[in-house]
Design a protein around this ligand. Structure first.
Ligand code: NAD
Length: 362
């Protein structure tokens, strides 16, 4: 019994240490026996405003993986909001379980009650494993939800705005690297042709880029290939292909020592969150190899800008205009990194942290 107690205390200390290390304010662990809900809500930093970030449902192997994911994702949201000029903090929630089997209306409503218990300090939205219907259930219990379907008066799917921002981030990277942002005939690998990836493929092919597409879903690949005349590439060898730009739009962690060594591209710029497996190590490896890495939390902020706009009388044009700023900020970050001898990731983090610090001084 004694040992169990000791282990538990040690685990608590590990979480608190991780929170301290990453700068988190609060974590809410939620469990409900009746519905089977097991969720974690992480609030990273609310200096600039309430912590906004989606809810992800994932079948994590263990609790530690869920904690690590929610801590990392919520921290990323703080910097994404700050660098995008939004009055928002960073937060995220994870529900532990299989979204295809374990989700019920009761479970989602219970989760909504936990969100509500935070009194607006955390605002939730849709993320991986969630559907608009699930968010409707959450909304029955709390007003602190955004990214609501258009049919219910909300702004709808934010992915097209995310894709627009990523496209502008790619163009800004091209301008910095090649002195010209025209993507005609550039070979671009889009990995993951889901909600964001497909719209990105559309922008790229309209500009005359030579688009390669990769996904686990073969039907999707065939449809998008036909629609946009994109070339399907599959298998692990995709990282060895000749390409100018690699746009990760599926999962995080695909930029790591193994892939960086193999990639022949000059630019990495895409939508996926946490693209760098280890942000410090891998941003240095990119720099050393002469690859321009466009920080993910900077160029994939269009969706956040869109859902933020929903909280303030939604206007798509306002959201798009705000998203257009990603082009200039990306260029600013590349130049700042060069002058200060920093990686682009470090330069972007520095800018985001400076914005938060300045708010603290006011
Ligand atoms: P999505 O689920 O609609 O699409 C992801 C696609 O990636 C799917 O087609 C899936 O089959 C494919 N995929 C999954 N694993 C893969 C693998 N190992 N190799 C190749 N393809 C794989 O997701 P989305 O909304 O398009 O988001 C894409 C990424 O961008 C995610 O990492 C997400 O967190 C991030 N993101 C999305 C938004 C948004 O507005 N949707 C905003 C910011 C960041």
């Amino acid at each position: 019994m004694k040992t169990v107690k000791k282990t538990k205390i040690l685990n608590d200390l590990v979480v608190l240490n991780e929170m301290e290390l990453l700068g988190h304010e609060q974590i809410l662990f939620c469990q409900d026996k009746e519905t089977g809900l097991k969720a974690i809500i992480a609030i990273h930093d609310t200096t600039l405003g309430p912590a906004l970030g989606g809810t992800r449902m994932w079948n994590y192997d263990n609790e530690q993986d869920a904690i690590t994911d929610v801590l990392r994702l919520s921290r990323g949201m703080t910097f994404k909001a700050a660098i995008s000029g939004l009055s928002l903090g960073g937060g995220k929630a994870v529900i532990i379980g299989d979204s295809r089997k374990d989700k019920t209306q009761k479970l989602m409503r219970k989760f909504g009650q936990f969100v509500d218990s935070l009194g607006g300090k955390y605002i939730t939205a849709e993320d991986v494993g969630m559907t608009p219907k699930d968010m409707e259930y959450v909304r029955m219990e709390t007003n602190h939800v955004t990214g609501i379907p258009k049919s219910l008066g909300g702004s709808g799917d934010p992915s097209p705005v995310t894709a627009f921002g990523v496209y502008l981030g790619i163009k800004a990277s091209a301008k910095y690297k090649w002195g010209n942002d025209n993507l005609k005939d550039k070979i671009v690998l889009v990995q993951g042709i889901g909600h964001v990836g497909e719209t990105l493929v559309k922008y790229l092919s309209e500009e005359g880029a030579n688009v390669l597409i990769n996904d686990l879903d073969l039907n999707k690949l065939q449809n998008i290939s036909k629609k946009y005349n994109a070339k399907i590439v599959t298998g692990d060898c995709i990282y060895d292909l000749d390409m100018d730009i690699y746009a990760p739009c599926a999962l995080g962690g695909t930029v790591n020592p193994n892939t960086i060594e193999r990639l022949k591209c000059e630019i990495i710029a895409g939508a996926a969150n946490n693209q760098l497996a280890d942000e410090y190590r891998d941003s240095i490896l990119c720099l050393e190899k002469g690859i321009c890495y466009a920080p993910d939390f900077l160029i994939n902020a269009g969706g956040l800008i869109n859902v933020y706009s929903e909280l303030h009388n939604y206007d798509l044009n306002n959201a798009l205009n705000q998203t257009r700023k990603i082009y200039d900020t990306t260029l600013e970050i590349f130049r700042k990194a060069e002058i200060s001898n920093l990686t682009t990731n470090a330069a972007a983090l520095q800018l985001a942290k400076q914005i938060i610090r300045e708010k603290n001084l006011k």
